[in-house]
Ligand binder design. Sequence first.
Ligand code: ARG
Length: 591
Amino acid sequence: MLSLVSKLEKIVLAAIKNSVGLEETNAMLMPTKEEKYGDYQCNIAMSMAKRLKTNPRNLAFQLAEAIKDCGGEFIEKCEVAGPGFINLTLRSEAILQSIAQVCERGDIGEVKKVIVDYSSPNIAKQMHVGHLRSTIIGDSICRILEYLGHKVQRDNHVGDWGTQFGLLCAWIMDRQNTDYREVDLSDLEALYRESQALANEDEDFREKARARVVALQSGDEDTLRVWRYIVDKSLEHVYEIYAKLGVSLTREDVLGESFYNPMLPSVVKELQERFPEGSRPLEVRENQGAMCVFMYNEDGTPMFVNPEDEALPFIIRKSDGAFLYATTDLACMRYRVEELEVDWIICPTDSRQSLHFKMLVASSGMAGWLGKVKFEHVPFGSILGKDNKPLKTRAGKNVHLSDLIDEAIDMASKVGRLGAEDSDFTPEEKASIARAVGVGAIKYADLSQNRLSDYVFSFDKMLAMEGNTAPYLLYAYARIKSILRKASETEGYREPEIADIEVSDPYERRLLLQIARFNDVIEQVVDGWRINLLCEYLYNLSGFYMKFYENCPVLSAENKTKRSRLAICTESARVLRLGLGLLGIDTVERM
Ligand code: ARG
C-alpha cells in the first residue's frame, strides 16, 4: 500500500545508502508532535551514530543533505534539531499526490487469503452483547482487509452442536411430542433453560437427552431433521440482527461447529498415535479419565500451568467420550490450513478465551497443523452496564441485541435537528437517518475504544453530538455535503478535482495533510488491529475540517479559491465516508 510514510521511508533509506553506504530497513519515522517541527520526524541518526561511534548531530546533517538530494521533489524542508532529529516538511504536491492515492487498492505486496472467524454465536441461546463486539470488530476487520486488496473469507463459526442440542431435541421430540414445526422457537433460550432445569431433576429426561446426543452423533435422520429445524430458525433470528446492524455476513458464511463433528475422532486418534505418553514437546495421555494434550517447553517444563503450578491440559475428549471446544478448534485449524489453504486466520472473541487460543496455536503448531499460517486471536473486553457490571436488563436478564438496536435507533430519531418539531425531513428520510445514526453510534462507541478495555454502554454518551462519537462525525460529513450541494446549484458549476487545489492557508494544509495520512493510519490499524486509531484519525479529520471551514470561507470565496476549497471539501467528505465505511458505518447526506 502506498502510505505517505512508506514513500518517505523509501527516500530516507535511499539517502542513508547513498551517504553512509548502509542498508537500513527502518527509518524510524513518525509524525511530528507539533507543526512547527514539520510533518514527520526521523530519529535514525541517534541510533546509527551509536553503532558507527560517531557524533549524532553531524551524522544527522550529513543525512539531511542526502535526503534533500534524493527526495527534492517530495520534500520541501529538511532540518536538523536537538541531538540529531531530522524534521521533514513535505511539498504540497506530495500531499496532493498522496490524497489521490487514498482509495487505490492493491500494491500491498502479497495478496493474502484470510479467514475472519467472527460473530459466531451459540445458537441454542439468544445472541447477546458478548457477540455484538465480535460482530462489529470482525466486520470492520473484513472491510479493512478488503480495502487493502486481500482475499477475505468470512466465517461464522456458530455453536450449533453439542449437549445443548440433545436437550432441545429431547424437549421437542420426547417431551412435547408434537410436530416440531409447531413448537414456538421464538425464545429458544427459555426453551433451553426449561429443558436444562428438567434434566436436573428428572433422571428419565436426562437419559432421553443423552440418547438424543448419541442419535445426533450417529446420524439418526429424525433427530437430525429436528436439529436442522432448530438451527435454521435460530439462524433466522441471528441474520435479522445482522440485517439491522448492516453487517456483511451472509448465510453462506455459516460453517458451524457441527461441520467439524465427523473429523473429531480422527483428530484425537492421530494425536494419540503420533504423540503417545512420554513424547515431547507434545504428549497425549489420559488424565482423570479424560484424553488430554500436554505441551512442554524446550527445557522440559510444562508450557501451560494452573495457579497451583501444575501442568495444564488441553482436553480433547471427556471421560464420557464427548469431544470438546478444543477438539473442534483443532479440527477446524487443520481444515482451514490443509483444505482451505489460507495464509492468515483472524478470530475476534472476548479475552476470556485468550488461554484457549494460546493452547490451540501451540498444540496445532507442534502437531504440524499450522504450517506457516499466521493465526491472530483478537481479544476484547466486556460491555458493562452503568453499574460497571456486565450489561443486563433491569430484570437482571441478558440484554437482547435486537431490543438494544431498536432503542438506539429510537433515541437517534430525537438527536439534533432530527428531533426538531419543524424539521423538513420526510418520515422515510427521518427513519433512514435515525437508523444510520443509531446503528453507527453503537458500532462507533465500540470501535473507538481501546479493544482490550471493558466499556460502559451508554446511549447518552454514544449519541452525543459533541465529542468523539458517530453523530459528530456523521454531522460533519452531512455539513460538507450540504455545502457541496449548495455550490452545485450555482451557474457554471463543475465537479471540483484534486488538480484544482492550491494550498494557500495553514488551515487548508493541515486538513490536507491529515487526509493524505489515511493509508498511514490503516497500516497502523492492521498492526495489532487497533481500529480505535482509525476512529481517532476520523475524529481529528473532522476537527481539522471544522477549523478550516471557520477560517477559510468556501462559498463566498473568489473563483479560483472557491474551486480549490470545494475540492478540499470533496476530498474531506470522500475520505470521511471511506473511513466510516471501513468501520461498517453508513453516512447520511443530511442530518
Ligand atoms: N461460539 C464461540 C463463543 O460464543 C465463539 C467461537 C469462536 N471461534 C472459534 N473458532 N473458536 O464463545
